[in-house]
Design a protein around this ligand. Sequence first.
Ligand code: ZN
Length: 64
Amino acid sequence: MVENAVRMVCGKCRSEQVTRDAWAEWNPAGQQWVLGAVFDYAYCHRCQGPAPVATVPVELPAAP
Ligand SMILES: [Zn+2]
């Protein structure tokens, strides 16, 4: 796992079902849409409305 990995969660309900407004740009060479820019607006699909995004550390897997 990436060191200091984080999860992006809804600041209201802590769900991971948060998405951000973004632009996808067509890449003719790769023949696919690629992420161009990410904007501040976030939407929680659980709260079904705008939501602040909170950053929380990813829990490490439990030791065996
Ligand atoms: Zn939420």
